[in-house]
Unconditional design. Structure first.
Length: 227
């Protein structure tokens, strides 16, 4: 189990944690940008074919939860961008915000997409920033979506099953749109861990640098010697 958090404010190093797994026909590479004064990953164009970016540090996994903070310039009914899970070169679960204030999850096999879920989350305006949390465990799929300024719901918006893509793959970002979309944060939890909402803080099991251990030991000895 592991948790990862990606913050565009970290610059190119953060964006380089992803690599292209499937390139759409007219894909323009994602770039660092600013949107309303915040640092973002800007996807200028991913149309008109499915594009998957995978998060390389976690490798290929079957069970994962992804959280994304995203908005789009689009106002129509076309797909835009969102979450990729179990992504490879020709298959993925691909979730996308829709310009009509919807969120739609597809299973994609050999460029053919089938709708798995198509909720219309209350209070979501896709031209402003919204959180999407998507969990896939076995054949179980759960989705939450909420406006950035609201609290995360305690219940799932969608709970469904799908067996189209059982194999492991990369978690990451999905795009299929001629319109720009912007990612202000992205995180991942693997094998039962939740995707975090902020940077992961090292826990008590995190190894300590030996030089720090020596310093702490020296400090303790001096304190004891000095009473």
């Amino acid at each position: 189990m592991a948790q990862y958090f990606v913050d565009p404010a970290g610059g190119q190093t953060e964006l380089d944690r992803f690599s292209l797994k499937r390139e759409g026909l007219f894909y323009i590479p994602a770039v660092l940008g600013t949107d309303g004064g915040r640092d973002v990953f800007e996807f200028p164009r991913t149309s008109n074919e499915n594009t998957f970016l995978g998060f390389d540090e976690a490798g290929q996994i079957a069970d994962s939860e992804v959280l994304i903070l995203i908005r789009t310039d689009a106002t129509g009914f076309s797909k835009n961008g969102g979450i990729a899970q179990r992504a490879g070169s020709v298959t993925a679960y691909a979730g996308s915000i829709i310009g009509s204030n919807r969120y739609r999850l597809f299973s994609i096999v050999n460029a053919t997409g089938s709708i798995v879920a198509d909720p219309n989350p209350a209070g979501i305006v896709t031209t402003t920033y919204s959180y999407i949390r998507q969990r896939i465990t076995g054949n179980q799929i759960k989705i939450r979506a909420w406006d950035e300024t609201s609290s995360e719901p305690t219940s799932w918006l969608v709970e469904t099953t799908d067996t189209t893509i059982p194999a492991a793959g990369f978690s990451g970002i999905y795009g299929d749109t001629p319109d720009p979309f912007y990612v202000a944060a992205w995180s991942l939890g693997t094998n039962g861990d939740p995707a975090p909402t902020s940077a992961v803080i090292a826990g008590p099991e995190t190894p300590i640098n030996p030089s720090i251990t020596d310093l702490l030991a020296t400090s303790a000895r001096l304190n004891w010697e000095q009473g």
